[in-house]
Design a protein around this ligand. Structure first.
Ligand SMILES: Cc1ncc(COP(=O)(O)O)c(C=O)c1O
Length: 360
């Protein structure tokens, strides 16, 4: 079976070298040397001001919202993984959905202002598949209305926009380092900000709100361990090779898939260095997407409806119409993309999809 994604694993000797160190020091968690080292290395690699390594990308969004003291309404996108909306709800805020662009599937910034009310406190946007949101427009709107900006950068590791790390935009950007992501720490995430004050708040909140015997505020356990940091330290040295390989695979898909009326792929008009985080395609109808998914499955190839469903249609929230997102989420399919994926398998996947496009 060809999976839709496969976690990159570094040479085992590299990981066990770190494990030996953990065994010698006896330091397993609570900001040990490996977590500190990983935070520094990630700050350097991503060229961001401060970064706090945390449990996962969902807790990262919740910690970001807490650090910025967000309550009330949060403008967000319906086209994301459920963790984005769930984090807003978990923090007792109300998600207010703004529809997405037809081309890059990111939040449509022309439609944000009409959704702002006296209760709006923040914009939580997602760099979908690693494509940058219109960060300038979002910044302008946020300044005009006094809103905080959080980017869910779960897909945006290593993306450069206008010569700057995409993760450096907004009041806070969050990351996911889940095993399915191009850079991973098995489970993990990060909160990125250029503000020292926000960094300190996040650190406090993620360590139960206290420092030794001084108790300051409400907090949770959002720390991550030396074992997870060790995986990150191994993988950070491989990120360039991982992105290069994903680029090669993506280009084979680009060249071998028959794009046209029945098949398209998201694209951005912005000028940025992409990270090849995913390879999503959109069909003209849900029926065709399901036919392709089934055909690939019969041929032992897994794909993923990503993102599906459109989050404004979740059964536990009040429905707010977002026609573009609802339509795209019915038709989109993420194709296999991972470091070890063989070139002949990519071609085979393309041929199978092309054969389905020939039927009317
Ligand atoms: C856009 C987006 N946000 C948040 C998350 C949540 O990250 P995690 O699985 O690390 O909690 C994901 C995970 O896939 C995601 O794709």
């Amino acid at each position: 079976m060809i999976p839709v994604t496969k976690a990159f694993l570094p040479p085992i000797e590299e990981y066990t070298k770190y494990l030996k160190g953990i065994w010698e020091s006896g330091w397993l968690t609570n900001y040990g040397p490996l977590v500190n080292d990983l935070e520094k290395k990630l700050c350097d690699y991503l060229d961001v001001g401060s970064l706090s390594f945390c449990t996962n990308g969902t807790i990262a969004i919740q910690l970001a919202m807490k650090a910025l003291d967000i309550s009330g309404e949060v403008i967000t996108t319906p086209f994301s993984y459920v963790a984005t909306t769930n984090s807003i709800l978990w923090e007792h805020c109300k998600p207010v959905f703004v529809d997405i662009n037809e081309n890059d599937f990111c939040i449509n910034t022309d439609k944000i202002e009409e959704k702002i009310t006296d209760d709006t406190k923040a914009i939580l946007a997602v760099h979908v598949y690693g494509f940058p949101c219109n960060v300038e427009a979002i910044e302008k709107i946020a300044k005009k209305h006094g809103l905080k900006v959080i980017y869910d950068g779960a897909h945006a590791f290593g993306v450069q926009y206008q010569g700057k790390s995409l993760l450096a935009y907004g009041d806070i950007t969050t990351c996911s380092f889940h095993a399915t992501k191009l850079f991973h720490t098995v489970e993990g995430g990060a909160i990125i900000s250029s503000s020292k004050e926000i960094y300190k708040k996040v650190k406090l909140h993620q360590t139960f709100g206290h420092s030794e015997d001084d108790y300051f505020c409400l907090g949770i356990n959002g720390k991550n361990s030396e074992f997870h940091a060790a995986m990150g330290l191994c993988n950070i040295t491989k990120v360039k090779a991982i992105i290069d390989r994903r680029k090669i695979i993506s280009e084979i898909y680009n060249q071998t898939l028959n794009f046209g009326r029945k098949l398209s792929r998201p694209s951005s008009t912005l000028d940025f260095d992409y990270n090849y985080a995913y390879y999503p395609v959109a069909f003209d109808t849900e029926k065709r997407m399901l036919e392709v998914k089934e055909l690939l499955k019969k041929n032992e190839i897994n794909t993923r409806r990503y993102f599906y469903p459109s989050l404004n249609t979740l059964p536990f929230i009040d429905y707010q119409p977002c026609p573009v997102s609802e339509s795209v989420s019915l038709r989109v399919l993420a194709l296999p993309l991972f470091y070890e994926l063989a070139e002949q398998d990519v071609k085979k996947i393309s041929n199978l999809i092309n054969s389905c496009l020939e039927h009317e």
